[in-house]
Design a protein around this ligand. Structure first.
Ligand code: PSV
Ligand code: MN
Length: 406
């Protein structure tokens, strides 16, 4: 992209009253965490596909994640899943990450893969299973202390498949009991992010099925508990940006798991199915970033942006690059919204003008802007091309097949 393309873009935005220096600073500050499980082998419930070159252990997952960050400048931290990423010495993993220019991000307990959890983990009717599950949550708090992680991200597969299978209200109490015990173990700087999902793997009821249940629990637990919005975890047609605005107004939006869905929790690359939804999520966030309430602004600055996808048919590293780049593109577009123009149109009750003021930002081609910031940051202008023409993808093939799953 030529300097001329950028000059034209700058002129066009200046005429709209958009200060590109501010836009560029905000773009450079965007950080998106990638998940360790996005680098390992993955699949559907029908088949886990084994790929050549997949990391064999958590250390190699961080090496692959470092490529994503080195070429995009967007992904300096990596979320880990326990026990998938359990190592003997987390201090060693932490130094390995830091040596690669990364940090260890959110800790994700895993309470869905052991036989005992078939009928629930923290909501299981058997107290011994609940104890085991709660102990795992406490273990994850200890791991977070060692890794220096601020966030512990909770998702429960708990739920039932048939009416009568479990006592819904008792399970609600057990969930609260376990999380209360975990909450007490948090250090003052830690946060507990509570994720919800409407269905799957449970198909009748899920103990934390929607944002309202997660929010209610977070409120009961205390200010260090916040809600995590996984974009794939809603029913068809749910207005996710409305949920985002609501949680921001309540100062309880902890973070996101970004991915795309067409039908349910499809875990497709974020921004590939409905980029406008992602743009509108950022519209709400940027609107809240200008709020007169400092606590709302503070919530905006502490949102954890994370990717949560499994790339079953794609090459892992470029798929993760595509993901963070797609988020960056929609964020860039949302930064071009003239909020004053939207508000004035809304105040005049000019519905069409208000909608136009939002949508026109989405319709700009932000390529010259993204190229300009990458040049300023000393990054390749086209990170994907840079990766594909590097030897990294071929070099890792020596790892062979049969690497880590998830
Ligand atoms: C569940 O579908 C989920 O979104 C949760 O965040 C898990 O931790 C993650 O996927 C990986 O299984
Ligand atoms: Mn998730």
């Amino acid at each position: 992209m030529s300097d001329r393309a950028y000059a034209l873009f700058e002129e066009q935005q200046k005429a709209r009253g958009i200060d590109l220096n501010v836009v560029k600073e905000r773009l450079k500050a965007l950080k998106i965490e990638t998940p360790s499980w996005g680098y390992g082998d993955s699949g559907t419930r029908f088949k886990v596909f084994q790929k050549e070159g997949v990391p064999r252990n958590p250390f190699e997952k961080f090496e692959d994640a470092a490529q994503v960050h080195a070429l995009t400048g967007l992904a300096p931290s990596v979320a880990i899943h326990i026990p998938w990423d359990k190592v003997e010495d987390f201090g060693k993993l932490r130094s390995h990450a830091e040596g690669l220019g990364l940090s260890i991000g959110a800790i994700n307990p895993n309470l869905f893969q052991e036989d005992e959890y078939m009928l629930g983990s923290v909501t299981h009717a058997d107290a011994a299973v609940r104890r085991k599950a709660t102990d795992h949550l406490l273990e994850c708090v200890d791991i977070a202390k060692e890794t220096g992680s601020r966030d512990i991200s909770l998702w429960f597969a708990d739920g039932t498949n048939y009416p009568g299978q479990g006592h819904i209200r008792k399970r609600k109490a057990w969930m609260q009991e376990a999380l209360t015990e975990m909450y007490k173990a948090l250090t003052p700087k830690m946060r507990m992010l509570i994720e919800y999902k409407c269905f799957e793997p449970a198909f009748y009821h899920t103990d934390l099925a929607d944002w309202g249940m997660a929010y209610n629990l977070a409120q009961k637990l205390g200010p260090q508990a916040e809600v995590l919005v996984d974009t794939g975890h809603h029913f068809q047609g749910a207005n996710i940006e409305h949920i985002v605005a609501y949680l921001l107004d309540e100062k309880r939006l902890g973070g996101f798991h970004f991915n795309s869905r067409k039908y349910a929790d499809d875990d497709l690359i974020v921004g590939t199915v409905n980029p406008y939804e992602l743009f509108l999520i950022f519209y709400q966030i940027l609107d809240a970033a200008n709020d007169e309430d400092a606590a709302i602004r503070d919530n905006v600055s502490n949102i954890a942006y994370m990717i949560d996808q499994s790339h079953n048919i794609e090459q892992k590293i470029p798929a993760m690059m595509r993901s963070v780049l797609n988020v960056q593109t929609q964020f860039a577009k949302a930064l071009l919204i003239d909020h004053k123009e939207v508000a004035e149109a809304a105040d005049r009750h000019d519905v069409l003008a208000a909608e136009h003021a939002v949508r026109r930002a989405f319709e700009f081609d932000v390529t010259p802007l993204l190229h300009a910031i990458r040049e300023e940051q000393g990054l390749p202008v086209d990170p994907m091309q840079a990766y594909l023409s590097s030897s990294y993808g071929k070099d890792i093939l020596v790892r062979g097949k049969g690497g880590a799953s998830w």
